[in-house]
Write a protein that binds this ligand. Structure first.
Ligand SMILES: Cc1ncc(C[n+]2csc(CCOP(=O)(O)OP(=O)(O)O)c2C)c(N)n1
Ligand SMILES: [Mg+2]
Length: 309
């Protein structure tokens, strides 16, 4: 049993479902955002641009970390790969962080419509994190700096704890893998705690990652060689919370979620948009509707009562 209780575990699961739904709605819908009527061709955006593949894992990490560190005002989360932007946007929306800089992002039906319609939309939100995104440190689309940024944030701030989600493709960059050595320079009582989390979703864009091809033992040995203790996490919040509770001094978490998880079956492992023509192809439209309905969003959001998570 973790220090996070049963009700909170349920709330983590509900939040992940809500964010997954909001990601799919941002990617595909220009109308009918709450599925109040059967989905039609003209509910689908004419140009689909964005990324689904890594989003579920980001939502899992975000919800679990938020619950676990809720009483720690010095906790920060750094997201490495920018390709999961709709997931980040969904979480910033739910946390009312987006509202702080954009008063149209209200936590109600109008706000949901606003963020979904304007994702990857002319004069709306970009498809990737941008300087407008609350909390952006490094923008520019270059992989590799997340872990170094986390150690930089920890420098001289022993009160801080920084969890950092590193893509398995990102960890193939020289910058990211060598940043593991920063532990030897910066771990200590004068600096904050860095909690690296490798997002082992198996793929970098559409190619398999080196770290997913290594055996568990080989990957664990590599991580141990840098002075960390490897700890495997899944998208099961009960397990996730217990492992956060019982961590050794220098944990290196490995979050295993499949790329594209939750999307249409035959498009598992999809990086970008799993279905390309739902605005014109009836069978694709039906699949998008079934995918959206799989999250039972009506159980998580009520027009009168707001979000129930
Ligand atoms: C230095 C650098 N090299 C290559 C790219 C192109 N690129 C963008 S995303 C990506 C794959 C990222 O894979 P991963 O870190 O596993 O992220 P995921 O999408 O699985 O979360 C690549 C190679 C880049 N942005 N920066
Ligand atoms: Mg990956």
């Amino acid at each position: 049993m973790s220090t996070v209780g049963i009700a909170e575990i349920d709330s983590i699961k509900r939040r992940i479902r809500a964010c997954d739904y909001l990601v799919v709605a941002q990617l595909f819908l220009q109308n009918n955002f709450l599925l109040e009527k059967p989905l039609e061709f003209n509910d689908i955006k004419p140009r689909l641009l964005g990324h689904w593949g890594t989003c579920h894992g980001i939502n899992v990490a975000y919800a679990n970390l938020k619950a676990h560190f809720k009483n720690n005002p010095y906790f920060s989360f750094i997201l490495g790969p920018g390709h999961g932007f709709p997931a980040l946007q969904a979480n910033l929306f739910l946390d009312k962080e987006l509202f702080k800089i954009d008063k149209k992002a209200t936590l109600d039906k109008a706000g949901i419509e606003y963020i979904c319609k304007n994702f990857s939309w002319p004069e709306g939100f970009p498809s990737h994190a941008s300087p407008f995104t609350p909390g952006v440190i490094t923008e520019g689309g270059e992989l590799g700096y997340a872990l170094a940024n986390a150690y930089g944030l920890a420098l001289g701030h022993p009160e801080k704890t920084i969890a950092v989600l590193i893509g398995d493709g990102e960890l193939e960059t020289a910058t990211a893998i060598d940043s593991l050595n920063l532990k030897n320079l910066l771990a200590g009582s004068k600096n904050g705690t860095v909690l690296p989390i490798l997002h082992l979703n198996g793929y970098k864009i559409s190619g398999p990652t080196i770290y997913a091809r290594k055996s568990e033992r080989e990957l664990n040995e590599l991580i141990r060689g840098f002075g960390f203790t490897p700890i495997i996490l899944t998208d099961n919040p009960e397990e996730f919370q217990v492992k956060l509770d019982n961590s050794p001094k220098y944990p290196f978490y490995i979050l295993k979620t499949e790329k594209g998880y939750g999307g249409p079956n035959q498009y598992q492992m999809s990086h970008q948009i799993p279905l390309k023509n739902p605005a014109t192809d009836q069978s694709e439209l039906i699949q998008i509707e079934a995918w959206l309905k799989s999250y039972n969003f009506h159980e998580l959001f009520d027009e009168q009562k707001g979000f129930q998570i």
